[in-house]
Structures are given as C-alpha cells and as structure tokens.
Design a protein around this ligand. Structure first.
Ligand code: F6P
Length: 362
C-alpha cells in the first residue's frame, strides 16, 4: 500500500526562504509518518505527464540557506489565477480536474502550496475541485493580508539597504542625485523599509501619488543648503499624481501579470531637468529576489513549513499559515487573497518617515 503522502510545490516568483519552507515541511511531515512529494515548476508539475521528486530529510538537509527553490517555479502557465492588482481569473476546469486526479492517483492526501496571493487564489480553486489544500504565503513584496510578514521580504529589504550603502558613497563623491527603483508591485513596503534603513532622502510609493515639482523642489532645497547629493528610492509601482503606472512591454505571450518598471528612469530624467543636477538611476530588479535568505527569512520560512504540516494534521484545509504576534497560526486562504496589503498613506510608518525629513513626494 502507498503510504499517506503530502505534496508540496512552490509557485509564482521565487523568493529567498522557499527552500527553508521545504526543509520545514519535509522534516515535520516525515516525523509524523508522511511521505513527501515535491511537484516541479509550480502547479504545472501536477499535470500530465506529472512531474515530482521524492523529498526526504536527507534531500533537504542543506538547502535552508540557499535562495531560489529546488523545485523550480513559474508565474506563467495554465494555473495563473491573477491578472492584475486584486483581479482574479478562473482556471480551466479540465486543468483543475487533471491536477486533482493526479493527486488522487499518487495518494496525495494534502497539497501544500507555497505562493503569493495569485498562487494562493489558484490553491483555492484546486480546493474547490477536490484537493485538500494548505497555503504558505510567500512574497518579497510583503503584501499578503492576514500575515504580519512574509519570508523573503527581509532579504529583499537587505538587498536595498546594501545597495543604498554603496550608492551613497558614489552619489556624494560626484554630487549627484541618485534614483533607485525597487520591486514591490502595487505595495511600497520594500521601498519604505529599504529606504528608511538605507538613509534615503525621498521615498516614492504607489500608495502616495507624487509630484515631480515637489520632489524637484526638495532636491533643490538640499543643494541650496550645501547638501550635495540626494538619494531617491522609488517603488516600481509608484506613479506621479498626474500620470500613471509605468509598465514594460514583454515579448512573451501567455497569461500573467503585466510587467511593472521604468519609473526610476522617468524620475531621474525629471530630476535632472528640474534641478540641473546630474542624476543617475539604478534598477535593483531581480537582485532583490536572488541570493541567500537572511536569518530572519530562514527562521520564518522554516516555521511556516512546520506550521503548514500542523494545519494538514489538524485537517485545516483551505487555510494558510500566518505570522501574528511572533506566533505561527492559520487563517482561511479566502481572507488572505481578498485584497492585497498596502502601505496606509496616513499610517504610523509614513508619519515616522516624514518626521525624520523624508520627502514622500506629495
Ligand atoms: O511579486 C514579486 C515580484 O518580484 C514583484 O515585486 C515584481 O514586480 C515581479 O515579481 C517581477 O516578476 P518577474 O520575475 O516575472 O519579472
């Protein structure tokens, strides 16, 4: 007889800490007598020909410190359930049925889906199709409702801070304005945390439409006071009050979310024009998603993995792990995907940034 099995997959954009989650899942599941199958390349591995690898404590013993995911992932393909901020689409019922039938044939009692809000929406559709699903929230953007934090965020913020530390020295030496574009889609958390920790002078986020005139005047004032350089962090989803989201055309066809980007260059051009000061821009891009996870993300990832197995054991299907008050618990996935968690424009974090003189462009 095939032993009871737990399936696990990583879906959506990769994120530092995914392998730590896999380590937590496999270790906790094995202790409880389950076999673990790791499906490859996100939900795609559930389809014919089904693709998976057996995971055991040995195969995951030295992966927690590694970035990326040993299972592979995709944010494209036949399971994409998110087509824009908060907009969801229905997955083909035949695809869902094929995935369910393969889980049943492999005796997969529960499927642990590690992904962002789009991938978690997919998991809910699989749950409705008859798969016992448990979610693990994942994103560097930290924009998932119902969890105080997601793993990967701290690593992304650390990358922003390291980059700002480097850019400050060259900006000062050349008396330049430096514009640094961060990831985060429609949420400004990475820019705000990275900017605050890295000593940014201005931070522009999607939640607060900005005015070029105000940011320009801010930089000019600094120059008039003898402060030779200005560091501006702009979230990729930030946009001017009289403009719109900047996107990048992709040559690739297929379902998925629009690529966001380009605002860093636009801000740099405007700053140079308005201040007369030489300005450069840097797009941090996928550097923020790559590399080894920080200690915090390794710990959070491992604990999320263990928490997911605990939810399976308690038959809490349709739930995802959540981090609140230093404890790992569970919440219905539906609660988490209803909308994304964005920065409250009048919240304490923004207020504190303003208090130390950071310009948010409004
Ligand atoms: O959601 C995570 C994220 O890194 C966003 O911050 C970014 O806009 C997007 O993924 C980039 O995705 P891709 O790797 O498909 O370009």
């Amino acid at each position: 007889m095939i032993p009871k099995r737990i399936g696990v997959l990583t879906s959506g954009g990769d994120c530092p800490g995914l392998n730590a989650v896999l380590h937590g899942v496999v270790s906790a599941a094995t202790t409880r007598g389950y076999e673990v199958l790791g499906f490859l390349d996100g939900y795609e591995g559930l389809l014919n020909p089904v693709r998976y690898q057996r995971l055991n404590p040995l195969s995951v013993s030295h992966i927690s410190h590694l970035g990326g995911t040993i299972l592979g992932t995709t944010n494209r393909g036949r399971f994409v359930a998110k087509v824009g901020a908060g907009k969801k689409s229905e997955i083909d019922p035949n695809i869902l049925k094929q995935a369910r039938d393969n889980c049943r044939a492999l005796n997969v009692h529960a499927l642990i889906c590690i992904g962002g809000d789009g991938s978690l929406s997919t998991s809910l559709q699989l749950q409705k199709a008859g798969v016992n699903v448990v979610g693990v929230p994942k994103t560097i953007d930290n924009d998932i409702l119902a969890t105080a934090s997601t793993f990967g965020f701290d690593s992304a913020v650390t990358c922003v801070v390291d980059s700002l530390d480097r850019l400050h020295t060259t900006a000062r030496s050349h008396k330049r304005i430096m514009v640094v574009e961060t990831m985060g889609r429609h949420a400004g958390w990475i820019a705000l945390h990275g900017g605050l920790a890295g000593g940014a002078d201005a931070i522009l986020i999607p939640e607060i439409p900005f005015y070029y005139s105000k940011v320009g005047a801010f930089a000019k004032k600094r120059a008039s006071l003898g402060i030779s350089s200005t560091m501006i962090v702009v979230a990729e989803g930030a946009f001017p009050a009289k403009g719109r989201l900047s996107t990048i055309r992709s040559g690739l066809r297929g379902k998925g979310e629009v690529r966001i980007g380009g605002i860093g260059e636009q801000v740099a051009r405007q700053m140079e024009k308005r201040t007369g000061q030489e300005t450069r821009h840097v797009v941090l891009g996928h550097l923020q998603r790559g590399g080894n996870p920080t200690a915090l993300d390794r710990i959070l990832g491992t604990r999320f993995g263990i928490g997911a197995v605990e939810l399976v054991v308690k038959n809490k299907f349709g739930h995802m792990v959540s981090y609140q008050n230093y404890e790992i618990g569970g919440v219905p996935i539906s609660q988490a995907v209803a909308r994304i968690r964005t920065v409250p424009p009048k919240g304490q974090f923004v207020r504190h940034a303003r208090e130390i003189g950071i310009c948010v462009g409004d």
